[in-house]
Design a protein around this ligand. Structure first.
Ligand SMILES: [Cu+2]
Length: 251
């Protein structure tokens, strides 16, 4: 073991590098200000943009989409299930509203589905330097976990695009756009980009005092995850002006 010191150093360095890289990405990706909320609690939340698309770039627009609960992917303990969102969140739909703010972005609007429920929002005409942080505020409504379900937590996956340059879909690249979306096979997966398959999330935890697990759950309960479908992201990720004109991506 005379070589111990010689081999120990590179291993230690490699470990330090991995830890540094992990903490960097955890800190620097676009995430929610308050990523975990107890059910029944309404909070003022923010989408936090922590960097642009590289040195010298500005985030000029952002698009945010929540799963609509219509054709969303539902996973139970990590396994895709045939359940629907309302099996676990009894009041899902229209829970998240944009809080109006022209601090950074000069135009904004909510995105709605055919029934007028808010499924996301967009902001544009801003200029956030790469080295800045920006809060995009929204009101996260009080979700209710279905009392008959065994869910102890429901993690809602949120798709976000931080846009530094307006292009068409084929123009998506490093330095142009950061896509914090689940890789579900939509036009907004962004394979190879910085935020690939690293979406923001909002987790509701069950209030076990007021909403105890049914005895049939066996005491442990399940962790549920709700992910927007590719069809929904293709429909809802674009930024469309009130006059119907699509701003991003360029058609
Ligand atoms: Cu990052």
């Amino acid at each position: 073991m005379t070589n111990f010191k010689q081999i120990r150093f590179p291993i230690h360095s490699a470990l330090a590098f991995v830890l540094l890289a992990a903490s960097h990405s955890a800190l620097s990706h676009t995430r929610l200000d308050i990523p975990v909320v107890m059910e029944g609690v309404r909070v003022a939340n923010n989408v936090v943009i922590s960097h642009g698309c590289g040195e010298g770039t500005n985030v000029i627009s952002q698009s945010v989409v929540f799963p609509d609960g219509v054709d969303s992917i539902v996973k139970v303990d990590g396994v895709q299930s045939t359940n629907v969102v309302t099996d676990f969140l009894s009041n899902w739909g229209n829970l998240n509203q944009k809080i109006l703010s022209y601090n950074v972005f000069k135009h904004e609007n909510e995105k709605t589905d055919a029934d007028g429920n808010v499924v996301g929002f967009w902001v544009r005409d801003g200029k956030m330097p790469d080295y800045y942080n920006v809060f995009v505020p929204f009101r996260a409504g009080a979700a209710v976990i279905d009392s008959d379900s065994c869910a102890v937590s429901v993690k809602v996956v949120v798709a976000v695009a931080d846009i530094c340059k307006i292009t068409n879909i084929s123009g998506f690249a490093e330095g142009i756009v950061n896509l914090w979306t689940p890789a579900v096979g939509s036009n907004y997966d962004g394979p190879g980009l910085h935020g690939y398959d690293s979406p923001a999330t909002l987790t509701y935890t069950r209030n076990l005092e007021t909403n105890p697990l049914p005895p049939t759950c066996g005491g442990t309960g399940v962790a549920v995850e709700v992910i927007p479908s590719a069809a929904q992201l293709n429909r809802d990720m674009p930024i469309v002006n009130t006059d119907g004109k699509q701003i991003w991506p360029k058609p």
